[in-house]
Design a protein around this ligand. Structure first.
Ligand code: F6P
Length: 319
C-alpha cells in the first residue's frame, strides 16, 4: 500500500485530531503517502482531498474538534453517492481509507469495503456506544466536561436547596450519564438501557429532602426524553424547586484529555498497521487495555452494553 486516505465523520469528538496525527505520522514513518479528506464522506464525494505531510498535523494533538472537519452525509447513503466516492479515491490513487467516527460512519466504511474498497474504522464518538471496544475516542473528555459542569451546578443547587435535572448527550446510550452519575454522586441516573420508575425517583427525592439534603442531582441521558419535561413533572410531583440544565454540544468540544490522546494515538496507529497488512472492513478497539480489531459488519450488528455492576453500585451509593 502506497497511498491511504483519512477522514472524520459524524459527530466530532475530542481526540479526533490526535487520531489524524497518528495516522499521518505512522503512515509516513512507513513510506506511505496520506491524503486528508475534508468534511467526511460528503467531502469525499466532492473531492475535497489534500495530501498531508508531517507538518500538516503539527500542533493539533491538544486541540478539540477535527482539522479535517466533519459532516453527516445523506447523499453518501445512496448507491450513486458511494460510486462518486470511489471515483474520487481512484482519481487520487488512494488504496485504503481510515474512517474515524461512530456507527453511522462505520456503515459507510462497510459499504465501501463491500464494493472492494478497503476501509478501517476507528471509533470516535463521545457517546461510547460502539460494541467491540471498551472506550471510544472523546468519551473521557466529554465525561470530564460533564463532571466539571455538574460540580458548578452543585454549588448553586446547594445555595438554593434545589433539585437539578442535568440532561447529557447519548442518543441511544447511557454511558455518559452513568459514568457522570457515579462520579458525581447523582440521586438518580436515567438512561435508555434501564427503566427507572418515575415514582421511585420521586420517593428518593422526598426521602432525601426529609433527611435534610441540601440539593439533589438527577442525570438524564437525552435518549430517555426531554430534561425540561422531566423537570416539570418532578417539580409537580415533589413540590421541590427544580431547575433543568441541558449541557448540549459543550460536551463535544474542548481539549482532549490525556486518556483520549493516548487512546486516539494507539487506535489510529493500529488502523494503519491493518491497512499495511492488507486487512479491510475491520474496526480497531481497546478491550482490557489491549488494542484489538473486529469485523465492522459484526460490530454493526452488536449492541454496546452498559456496565450493570456500575449501575447497581450507583443505586447503592445514592440511597
Ligand atoms: O453521536 C454523538 C452525538 O453527540 C449524540 O450524543 C447527539 O445526540 C448527537 O451527536 C448530536 O448530533 P448533532 O451534532 O448532529 O446535533
Amino acid at each position: 500500500m502506497k497511498k491511504i486516505g483519512v477522514l472524520t465523520s459524524g459527530g466530532d469528538a475530542p481526540g479526533m485530531n490526535a487520531a489524524i496525527r497518528a495516522v499521518v505520522r505512522k503512515a509516513i514513518c512507513h513510506n506511505i503517502e496520506v491524503y486528508g479528506i475534508k468534511y467526511g464522506f460528503q467531502g469525499l464525494m466532492e473531492g475535497t482531498i489534500e495530501k498531508m505531510e508531517i507538518g500538516s498535523v503539527g500542533d493539533i494533538i491538544h486541540r478539540g474538534g477535527t482539522m479535517l472537519y466533519s459532516a453527516r452525509s445523506e447523499a453518501f447513503k445512496t448507491e450513486e453517492g458511494q460510486q462518486k466516492a470511489i471515483e474520487q479515491l481512484n482519481k487520487f490513487g488512494i488504496e485504503g481509507l481510515i474512517v474515524i467516527g461512530g456507527d453511522g460512519s462505520f456503515r459507510g466504511a462497510q459499504k465501501l469495503t463491500e464494493k472492494g474498497y478497503p476501509c478501517i474504522g476507528v471509533p470516535g464518538t463521545i457517546d461510547n456506544d460502539i460494541a467491540g471496544t471498551d472506550f471510544t475516542i472523546g468519551f473521557d473528555t466529554a465525561l470530564n466536561t460533564v463532571i466539571e459542569a455538574i460540580d458548578k451546578v452543585r454549588d448553586t443547587a446547594t445555595s438554593h436547596k434545589r433539585t437539578y435535572i442535568i440532561e447529557v448527550m447519548g442518543r441511544n446510550a447511557g454511558d455518559i450519564a452513568l459514568w457522570a452519575g457515579l462520579a458525581d454522586g447523582a440521586e438518580s441516573i436515567l438512561i435508555p438501557e434501564k427503566k427507572e420508575k418515575f415514582e421511585t425517583v420521586v420517593q428518593k427525592l422526598k426521602r432525601g429532602h426529609k433527611r435534610g439534603k441540601k440539593h439533589s442531582i438527577i442525570i438524564l441521558a437525552e435518549g430517555v426524553g426531554s430534561g425540561i419535561e422531566y423537570g416539570k413533572r418532578i417539580e409537580e410531583a415533589t413540590d421541590l424547586e427544580t431547575r433543568v440544565t441541558v449541557l448540549g454540544h459543550i460536551q463535544r468540544g474542548g481539549s482532549p484529555s490525556a486518556a483520549d490522546r493516548v487512546l486516539a494515538s494507539r487506535l489510529a496507529a493500529k488502523a494503519v498497521d491493518l491497512l499495511m497488512a492488507g486487512k479491510a472492513g475491520r474496526m480497531v478497539g481497546i478491550q482490557q487495555n489491549e488494542i484489538v480489531d473486529h469485523e465492522i459488519n459484526k460490530i454493526l450488528h452488536e449492541q454496546h452494553t452498559i456496565n450493570d455492576d456500575m449501575y447497581t453500585l450507583s443505586q447503592e451509593l445514592s440511597i
